[in-house]
Design a protein around this ligand. Structure first.
Ligand SMILES: Cc1cc2nc3c(=O)[nH]c(=O)nc-3n(C[C@H](O)[C@H](O)[C@H](O)COP(=O)(O)OP(=O)(O)OC[C@H]3O[C@@H](n4cnc5c(N)ncnc54)[C@H](O)[C@@H]3O)c2cc1C
Length: 468
């Protein structure tokens, strides 16, 4: 790679790549994999030191953890076949068992009827059923306004269930009132679910296994979810290149054609001519990097597409195991974090035999008081919270590690669709640009969707080729 000074005034004609992929998360790697398998030249550029993006696994000493436990589950046969073929013997089957901490008690998650009745009490359960019945009757008469998450949940689960179960946790995750979160998010996230279906599932284990929220087993790589990305990288590098620690810092366009990208790494900057471009980086960054800049209304819409960020505190504990849970959800406001997972319950190889670790998720905004808090304070507050919940005792903690994860969740505020439309209509006009992935398309994509969207971007690119 040329240095910045060597590059001054260098034209885009210098080096040209047939296909350039921005971002080495699962979407970008899936695109790179598919291009490589099709025998085409491609280069992936990833800003971070490793591939995997949100689906990577961090190593600290002898401990491994994901950026929030990542379970792999898909109904997409092609994606499922790819992951199984790539990972082979590395995959293990994990049973899901999760709990939620409500009103000072732990409940099974999803709620189980007996556990819910004994924990919430008969009067509250009766209120839940009455409220839900009222909503069902209302729905028969009027098709009420459904704009926000609050509207959607009340319609499908009733007001009491919304107040007890959904409100606090959602507000913790999003940092917004549920009346400001779009119903589009929740409708997709808990697709097809209602109180009635949840109860049917709890009593009869009904056949709605395709509702991902209810699925109770999943596959997982023995050494963490990041292994899927590592394997994709290995396959790409048989014939093509993955550049890590190499961020894209500029994109030059001529009307609706991308001419070149500028990348920066420890050796300097390089401008690379672009044949075809697949972008999986946040659409906001993509638009901001364009030179010449996009029309002001497109830029304004892009800047309104916000993300919720995540901060993780991994707490290493000098004991074999702390919980037997996959995830523990903590809606309660007086505990500052929102979710806990113990990687050893996903795979015993994630920690030494006589030790374990808990990974604690704080949902926050970059730059807020959580994001900027010093490590010692975050460790102290986290350990206090874990002690209050009864998970650890003083003196058991043998280390902590903080990881900040920007752009973890696209933030679906009421009205976000108009901004998305403006941005993606404009990006859609480019002749040699495809967008893919979670932040790239501003969609609530899980890993399987991210992989599938990388594949789809390549399909569109291949279809455009002369003679295709
Ligand atoms: C806490 C949490 C838990 C989750 N749990 C699950 C789960 O259990 N199951 C599941 O299926 N999914 C889960 N997901 C979703 C899953 O992580 C994503 O769907 C998937 O990782 C998205 O992959 P991606 O490639 O689209 O995006 P990303 O992983 O965000 O990849 C984008 C990449 O682009 C890079 N990049 C950004 N800017 C630049 C630049 N200028 N130049 C070069 N590179 C750049 C980034 O560093 C990143 O590596 C979870 C997500 C979170 C946040």
């Amino acid at each position: 790679m040329n240095t910045a000074s060597e590059n001054k005034g260098q034209s885009a004609e210098g080096r040209t790549e047939a296909a350039i992929i921005l971002g080495g998360g699962l979407a970008g790697l899936a695109a790179g994999y598919r291009l490589t398998k099709a025998g085409l030249k491609a280069s992936v550029f990833e800003a971070g030191p490793e591939v995997g993006g949100l689906s990577r696994t961090v190593r600290t000493g002898d401990f491994l953890f994901d950026l929030g436990g990542h379970r792999f589950f898909t109904t997409d046969k092609e994606v499922d076949a790819l992951v199984r073929a790539l990972m082979g013997e590395e995959l293990i089957e994990v049973s899901r068992s999760s709990q939620i901490f409500l009103r000072e008690k732990f409940f099974d998650y999803p709620l189980k009827p007996l556990n819910a009745v004994s924990g919430l009490g008969i009067p509250t359960v009766a209120r839940i059923i009455a409220d839900y019945s009222i909503e069902r009757l209302k729905a028969l008469v009027v098709n009420g306004r459904c704009v926000s998450m609050e509207d959607w949940v009340v319609k499908h689960f009733g007001r009491t269930m919304f107040n007890i179960y959904f409100k606090q946790y959602s507000e913790k995750v999003w940092g917004l009132g549920c009346d400001r979160i779009s119903e589009k998010w929740v409708a997709k996230r808990i697709q097809g679910l209602s109180l009635w279906k949840a109860l049917k599932n709890a009593f009869f284990k009904f056949s709605g296994r395709e509702i991902p929220t209810l699925v109770d087993t999943f596959v997982y790589p023995r050494l963490g979810i990041g292994r899927i990305s590592d394997r994709l990288r290995e396959e790409i590098e048989r014939h093509n290149t993955v550049h890590t620690s190499t961020g894209v810092v500029g994109i030059s366009r001529d009307g609706f054609k991308i001419e070149s990208i500028t990348v920066r790494n420890s050796e300097g900057e390089e401008r690379i001519g672009a044949g075809e471009l697949i972008s999986t980086i946040p659409a906001t960054s993509l638009v901001k990097m364009m030179e010449p800049a996009p029309p002001p209304d497109v830029m304004e819409a892009a800047l309104k597409l916000r993300f919720r960020d995540l901060l993780l505190v991994a707490v290493m504990v000098g004991r074999e195991r702390v919980t037997d849970q996959t995830w523990v959800y903590i809606p309660e406001k007086k505990i500052p974090f929102g979710r806990i997972h113990e990687p050893k319950n996903w795979s015993v190889d994630m920690a030494p035999a006589d030790k374990t670790l808990l990974v604690i998720e704080y949902f926050c905004f970059k730059g807020d008081s959580t994001w900027t808090a010093p490590a010692e304070e975050l460790s102290r507050v986290t350990c206090d919270g874990l002690e209050k919940l009864g998970f650890i005792r003083p003196g058991e903690v043998i280390g902590t590690e903080i990881v900040r994860v920007p752009g973890a969740y696209p933030l679906f505020e009421v009205g976000f669709e108009d901004n998305c439309k403006k941005v993606y209509d404009w990006l859609g006009g480019f002749k040699n640009l495809q967008v893919a992935g979670r932040a790239g398309t501003f969609q609530y994509q899980n890993m399987d969707h991210a992989i599938a969207s990388g594949f789809e971007a390549v399909e569109s690119l291949i279809k455009k080729r002369p003679g295709a």
